[in-house]
Design a protein around this ligand. Structure first.
Ligand SMILES: Cc1cc2nc3c(=O)[nH]c(=O)nc-3n(C[C@H](O)[C@H](O)[C@H](O)COP(=O)(O)OP(=O)(O)OC[C@H]3O[C@@H](n4cnc5c(N)ncnc54)[C@H](O)[C@@H]3O)c2cc1C
Ligand code: FES
Ligand code: FES
Length: 485
């Protein structure tokens, strides 16, 4: 049995949406169906943050709110959640401290970016402790928000000032008890949605399911082989908005419990396919500090809150930021058909540009890595035109272990230098067992260039990428070997 509508709260009000409404982006729905036009749309691809809202996830009896981009989020993805928009942030006549501080500190001029900036800072102000709310965290919270006219200093100063204003708890404004109770009750059944009655509408109606078990998910996929998997939507919804692709059938994976969480099993770390970059970031902070450095440069908080590991792997961009790390960690991809799991070494998983070893009735269920990789030294590099919120031009991961000045273990992977990320086996062989000297690194650089086949594109020339293949090894040598000797 399924429901034919989605149920969620918007600014404390219960909402049931079905048909066409459920398939709109949240930003369109807010602006057109609810006249909540404070949420702005500029880029419609997750890059500018003008459309930022808070999305609340029930956790036990509380609600955990995070900033997300409403332009790349469908209404059906809100099932069981609470959305707060800029209109719902003020409490009657009282402005939220961030709104008050932005007004007092002249943090807004034309105002077009302001609602998104306020929502991003409001999310930041929900951080657990006062001490973590430093100037730096406000700056990091705004990586996904562009302002073209005010200048960021006034905005960051306003974020600082907001901390000194009265404490404000969303839980007082929107008591979670009643909201969580009603959300749980109304979403007991999974949903199966159809855009419109095909008898009334022209064309093929869109459909969406959100199963709760792997078995149900695969059963739907077998009956609807054309259906696309939908995780966070941060890639797929951009393609829908910008490349005008129009998948008629979607199977949302977010409720499949087998795809959630990070756990240790035997000697392996298992990362569920649904693990978001935000979850991985929190885990890495304690368990894998080098990984945290890469995640700091991964997209923006809004994207990290929604985007998942499985989505990054399945999208298969040769500059996907997670891949070099997964290559040197010799990750295996868990492809699941509902009953059986196949564990495929990541190097074999990619068969060419965007070609995956994934059968039509399989999905990416998890990624596993031998725990022993966690204790090896590792450095991850991302080269892009801008430091923050930019697509990589070139990526690299180096994992090594030195014994008495010699490489006992060494693994190298580069991205952006061919149709897939590659492991540099010949370069590794040239380094393994050798004493790490400047000469050795220079020779290894030449071997690395011979192993790759970069192209020239809008982000860089093949010449530049070939130079990076050499210079990244030199950077590694100076920063990790010489400076730490
Ligand atoms: C503004 C912006 C900035 C970004 N910055 C970065 C960045 O810095 N680095 C980077 O690497 N990426 C970046 N991305 C890309 C994107 O956020 C990531 O690739 C993200 O991990 C995608 O995950 P998702 O859950 O949103 O995938 P979705 O969009 O839901 O899905 C992506 C693809 O994976 C398929 N899929 C989803 N789940 C599964 C599954 N379980 N099994 C099989 N197929 C599946 C979908 O059908 C779709 O084809 C950025 C995107 C945006 C919009
Ligand atoms: S409109 Fe730019 S991120 Fe949504
Ligand atoms: S206030 Fe005009 S774009 Fe930011």
């Amino acid at each position: 049995m399924t429901r034919d509508y989605v149920f969620f709260f918007c600014n404390g009000q219960p909402i049931r949406a079905k048909g066409l409404e459920a398939f709109q982006t949240l930003s369109t729905w807010l602006r057109k169906e609810r006249q909540l036009t404070g949420t702005k749309v500029v880029c419609a691809e997750g890059d500018c943050g003008a459309c930022t809202v808070l999305l609340g996830y029930p956790r036990a009896e509380k609600i955990k709110y995070e900033a997300v981009n409403s332009c790349i989020l469908n209404v059906h993805q809100l099932d069981g959640l609470h959305v707060i928009t800029i209109e719902g942030l003020a409490w009657g006549d009282r402005l939220h401290p961030v709104q008050q501080a932005m007004r007092d500190g002249f943090g807004s001029q034309c105002g077009y970016c302001t609602p998104g900036i306020v929502m991003a800072l409001a999310a930041n102000s929900l951080a657990d402790s006062e001490s973590t709310r430093t100037k730096l965290t406000a700056t990091e919270a705004l990586v996904g928000n562009l302002c073209r006219c005010t200048g960021y200093e006034a905005i960051i100063d306003s974020a600082e000032a907001a901390k000194k204003l009265s404490s404000w708890k969303l839980a007082d404004q929107y008591p979670p008890g009643a909201i969580v109770k009603q959300l749980k009750e109304e979403t007991k059944l999974p949903f199966g949605l159809q855009e419109a009655d095909p008898a009334l509408e022209q064309g093929i109606p869109r459909k969406c399911w959100r199963p709760r078990t792997l078995r149900d998910a695969i059963e739907i996929k077998r009956k609807h082989p054309e259906a696309r998997w939908l995780a966070g939507g941060t890639d797929l919804c951009v393609q829908i908005n910008k490349e005008r692709i129009d998948p008629k059938e979607l199977i949302a994976t977010s409720e499949i419990s087998e795809l959630c969480g990070i756990r240790e099993v035997g000697g392996h770390l298992i990362f569920g396919g649904n693990v978001s970059w935000k979850e991985l970031e929190e885990w890495a902070l304690v368990n894998w500090p080098n990984l945290k450095e890469m995640l700091d440069l991964f997209a923006s908080p809004q994207i990290r809150n929604r985007g998942t590991i499985a989505g990054n792997l399945a999208n298969a961009s040769p500059v996907a930021d997670s891949l070099p790390w997964l290559y040197v960690s010799e990750a295996e991809i868990g492809a699941c058909d509902g009953e059986n799991w196949r564990w495929i070494p990541i190097e074999k998983f990619y068969k060419g540009y965007k070609l995956l070893d994934l059968r039509p009735s399989e999905l990416i269920g998890a990624i596993r890595i031998q725990k022993s990789h966690q204790s090896l030294s590792q450095r991850l590099f991302k080269v892009s035109k801008r430091k923050d919120l930019d697509i990589s031009t070139f990526t690299a991961a180096i994992q090594w272990q030195m014994v008495e000045g010699r490489f006992q273990q060494i693994r190298l992977a580069y991205g952006g230098v061919g149709p897939t990320v590659i492991r540099l086996h010949k370069t590794e062989k040239a380094l393994r067992g050798k004493e790490c000297t400047k000469d050795l690194i220079e020779k290894a650089g030449k071997t690395a260039v011979a192993e790759i086949s970069p192209i020239s594109d809008v982000r860089s020339s093949n010449y530049y990428r070939n130079r990076l293949a050499e210079t990244i090894l030199k950077k590694f040598f100076y920063e990790e070997i010489l400076l730490t000797a």
